[in-house]
Unconditional design. Structure first.
Length: 171
């Protein structure tokens, strides 16, 4: 009997034991430096994305800074933070398709440098439409798309309060 495929909303709700904090080992230090890192919970990433108001933006890097401060670590894992933002975006699209209101405004979360994430639901076309509707200018550079002046429109997401108690892992 084939297993039932989980919905994006189910994937978002599955914390998988996260958040977890670990020490940056020798393998990771080449890329991340020294100190500690946090692997956030998917719902933590979604909650930050939900806090970005209309007309404002954030980036995966900004989310990572907030998560690192919140957990008292040097950095937040760039890979899992990006994956969890992608899951949050798909969960939001799934919820919209089910006609739920108040879903995560995933189009306001950009990649490094203000780049649109083509892997988000609806692709570049939908992201451009929604961003332009909120007053942003999207420019194409080669095959990639960026929000012009995105850094002047970054939302303040804080991150010093609501510090959770992560599980310490070996790495």
């Amino acid at each position: 009997m084939p297993s039932k495929r989980r919905t994006w909303r189910e994937k978002l709700a599955d914390s998988k034991g996260f958040p977890k904090v670990g020490k940056i080992d020798a393998t990771k230090s080449k890329r991340w430096g020294k100190g500690t890192f946090v692997i956030p919970a998917p719902l933590e990433v979604d909650a930050l994305m939900r806090r970005v108001p209309k007309g404002k933006l954030t980036t995966i890097d900004e989310l990572r800074k907030v998560l690192a401060r919140r957990h008292g670590t040097t950095i937040a894992c760039p890979i899992t933070t990006g994956i969890f933002a992608w899951i949050a975006a798909h969960a939001a699209a799934e919820a919209e398709a089910a006609q739920q209101i108040g879903t995560t405004p995933f189009w306001r979360t950009l990649k490094t440098g203000g780049e649109l994430n083509a892997k988000y639901p609806g692709g570049i076309a939908l992201l451009k439409k929604r961003l332009r509707a909120e007053g942003h200018t999207v420019k194409q550079k080669g095959k990639r798309f960026f929000v012009e002046g995105f850094d002047a429109r970054l939302a303040s997401l804080g991150g010093r309060s609501q510090r959770s108690k992560p599980v310490l892992s070996a790495g």
